[in-house]
Ligand binder design. Structure first.
Ligand code: SF4
Length: 734
């Protein structure tokens, strides 16, 4: 006979947390710890807790002095308020899932939604949640009730955490057709659903299923219902004492499951007794006992048809009879509940727990996050807990690091052998993943990206899931004076050295840059040719030119190739970091040298000289330099003409500096223009001539005017007298 355990069974996170909080309160206060109603729905555990000074009471009136523990289901708002008003110390052991449902109800109510709770109106959790839901809150426990709901424009739906998902979805479906503005908050806790699903699976492949838990627990009763729905003989028992030997006769496969409020020590106790019974029954059946044949679907066939299928609990109780071969053990002491089980007792159950063990690296889904830590579902019988200091190396609120629904890797720090509780670490898992990934990156020569988190002496610290170090010499291809400018930036790195024993991770950005440059360099040399125009970056300036990176290769942009005009230093035209287009003028592959030109990609000013400076035009210019034979005059950047010494003055000029000096503005006349030879002959003397001629012309014109006087000029006085006489006669009427 095989005994199997459900994949998920026993205490859920919320119940375990509540028990721990109550025990801690009892241990630290020394006084009585009160709980309004049983802390959990398991009479044996409630008794064990009572022996530790944790007393369930009916109402606040019974709480004289001591600490009040709010149980997992939560308490109505007014009750908590009253306790606080009375100054009672309150320990809030409300399950985080339940608290999330309460907060959802409160928030919906504050937003003006009528709150509808899908669940059992009598359940303490629903009663507590509805106290946060404002006026008009209604509890719906069936599709019919949803259909009969009075018309409403706005409604918000929350779920009792343990409600059946099918019911919740069916109710929401009905409400969607009836409420125009419907907001749905899905507050179902997966712990219950998982245990139900595990029970369904187990019932499908067992002849007999034992559901261990309190009969007052709705979720334990539901597990028994599910098993019966699967057609499996099922017995709900609260303790090992209720086991009956005859249930096992003729069974080839027995399954065990337990509700979320069933403590580990009770499960172990039952498992121990099942082992004893199993040995005896197997021994008695040995002559005819053979391994049951497997059904086509893999389900083991029962050795004998069960006498009782799907027997309801009252019947189970009725057939209660002591098991003589396996007397019930004494209840475990509160201090060491599991020790009572004995070394062999519950061995099969322990084996079932070995699926997850310390040191495992497993994937999980974040269930909830609060200041006490992170609850993670790893598909184990109960959720695992990541303490706050095991969440991340980052100093940030936990709620900013992980969120409900996130899938994360976790490292199993410990599995409580008695409670089957997992203590997990995300930080450690991140480190494990990081070491593995860094090793792969090192082996494959892969580039990784990381954020620089700190400047330290001699380099930078980067976050690679661990603290990695980039020495200052490995940051850039050249020397870096200011390391702080990298903090907060993303950098691409290669792993240089890994030593886990020394916790040492050394990385380099320089290697990445050099490899990239080498690759670019090869590409550039294979594709470059003279006459090409390429985009480059000015890397540095010297007196004789600028070095321009045109793709892993630096070319020289000589000062004479910077502009069509005269340039005395490259800084007059470009600066470091400029992106410019340059023409490849010459390539020397043997020496690895490339000459570049900038002016070649700019318009040639000589192309418009003929129209802008025609012969005989008088234009402005500036003396750029003097030579023994004359002076050079710039008409515009890139266009210079020559005033020959003989064209400087009508006087004899021995040296040009007798007349002109560099920088002097001059008015010159174009004598000759040969743009194709980039030559213009200019003259100062001709401008003088023109000036003289203009003056002469003006004088002659004046003289001509004097030679031909008008009548006015000549007879002005007489004309004036005549006009006076006439006016006098007209005035006197003569
Ligand atoms: Fe919390 Fe879910 Fe457990 Fe209920 S079943 S106490 S909601 S974890």
């Amino acid at each position: 006979m095989k005994v199997r355990f459900a994949d998920d069974l026993g205490f859920c996170y919320g119940v375990k947390r509540a028990v721990e909080m109550a025990e801690a309160a009892a241990g630290s206060s020394g006084g009585t710890i009160y709980c309004l109603g049983p802390l959990i729905h398991n009479p044996q555990e409630v008794e064990r807790l009572r022996s530790k000074g944790i007393r369930p009471v009916e109402g606040l009136a019974q709480v004289i002095a001591g600490t009040l523990v709010l149980r997992t289901h939560g308490m109505p708002r007014d009750v908590v308020a009253e306790a606080l008003r009375r100054g009672l110390p309150v320990v809030d052991a409300t399950c985080p899932h339940v608290r999330a449902a309460q907060q959802a109800a409160k928030s919906l109510s504050e937003q003006g939604y009528r709150v509808l709770i899908v669940g059992d109106p009598e359940h303490p959790e629903v009663i507590a949640t509805s106290s946060w839901a404002g006026n008009g809150c209604a509890v719906i426990d069936s599709v019919e009730k949803a259909q009969a709901l009075p018309a409403t424009d706005r409604a918000g739906v929350v779920a009792q955490t343990t409600v059946r998902r099918e019911l919740f979805e069916a109710v929401v479906e009905v409400l969607r057709g009836r409420v125009p503005d419907l907001k749905v908050e899905e507050t179902i806790c997966e712990a219950t659903a998982r245990r139900q699903e595990a029970t369904r699976r187990l019932a499908g492949c067992c002849d007999l299923l034992l559901v261990v838990g309190g009969r007052g627990s709705a979720n334990t009763r539901r597990l028994a219902e599910i098993a019966r729905e699967e057609g499996c003989e099922t017995h709900l028992i609260e303790s090992a004492e209720e086991l009956r030997r005859e249930w096992f006769m003729g069974k080839s496969s027995v399954g065990m499951t337990a509700g979320t409020s069933t403590p580990e020590w009770v499960i172990k106790e039952v498992a121990g007794k099942v082992e004893d019974i199993e040995k005896n029954v197997s021994h008695e059946e040995a002559p005819q006992a053979s391994e049951p044949e497997q059904k086509a679907g893999g389900q083991p066939e029962a050795a004998a048809a069960p006498e009782t299928l799907a027997s309801p609990e009252p019947e189970v109780k009725a057939e209660a009879e002591a098991v003589p071969e396996a007397p019930a053990p004494e209840p475990p002491s509160p201090e060491q509940p599991a020790a009572q089980a004995g070394p062999a007792e519950g061995q099969m159950y322990d084996e079932a727990l070995k699926v997850v063990k310390s040191g495992d690296l497993i994937k999980g889904k974040v269930v909830s996050v609060d200041e006490n830590g992170v609850m993670v579902d790893v598909g184990y019988k109960s959720e695992g807990v990541i303490p706050p200091n095991e969440v991340s190396r980052k100093q940030a609120p936990l709620t900013e690091i992980v969120h409900p629904g996130d899938e994360i890797m976790v490292y199993v720090l410990s599995v409580d052998s008695q409670e089957g509780v997992l203590k997990l670490s995300k930080r450690r898992a991140d480190e494990e993943v990081a070491w593995k990934s860094l090793q792969e990156a090192l082996d494959e020569g892969r580039i990784i990206e990381a954020e620089v988190i700190q400047e330290v002496k001699g380099g930078l610290v980067v976050d690679v899931g661990l603290r990695g170090f980039v020495p200052a010499s490995q940051i850039e291809r050249g020397y870096v004076s200011n390391l702080s400018r990298y903090v907060g930036k993303q950098v691409r790195l290669k792993v240089l050295e890994l030593d886990r024993s020394k916790n040492r991770v050394v990385l380099s950005q320089r290697v990445v840059l050099e490899e990239e440059r080498e690759r670019l360099r090869t590409e550039t040399w294979s594709s470059i040719s003279e006459g090409q125009v390429r985009r480059g970056v000015v890397k540095g300036l010297t007196d004789f030119g600028a070095f321009v990176d045109i793709g892993g290769v630096d070319g020289l942009l000589h000062v004479s190739e910077l502009s069509w005009g005269r340039v005395s230093h490259p800084s007059e035209v470009v600066k470091e970091g400029d992106q410019i287009d340059v023409m490849v003028l010459r390539i020397d592959r043997e020496k690895g040298k490339i000459s570049l030109g900038l002016k070649q990609v700019l318009p040639d000013p000589w192309s418009t000289v003929s129209t802008k400076y025609p012969v005989d035009a008088v234009v402005q210019g500036k003396v750029t330099r003097l030579a023994p034979f004359g002076a050079f005059v710039q008409l515009e950047p890139g266009v210079e003409g020559l005033i020959h010494i003989s064209e400087m003055s009508h006087q004899r000029v021995a040296k040009p500096d007798e007349v002109l000096s560099p920088g002097q503005a001059v008015k010159v006349k174009v004598l000759k223009s040969k743009p194709d030879e980039r030559r213009i002959s200019l003259s100062l003397k001709a401008v003088e001539d023109d000036t003289e001629k203009a003056r002469a012309d003006e004088y002659i014109a004046e003289q001509k005017a004097l030679d031909n006087p008008t009548l006015g000029d000549m007879f002005g006085d007489i004309l004036g007298e005549a006009r006076g006489d006439k006016e006098t006669k007209e005035d006197t009427g003569e």
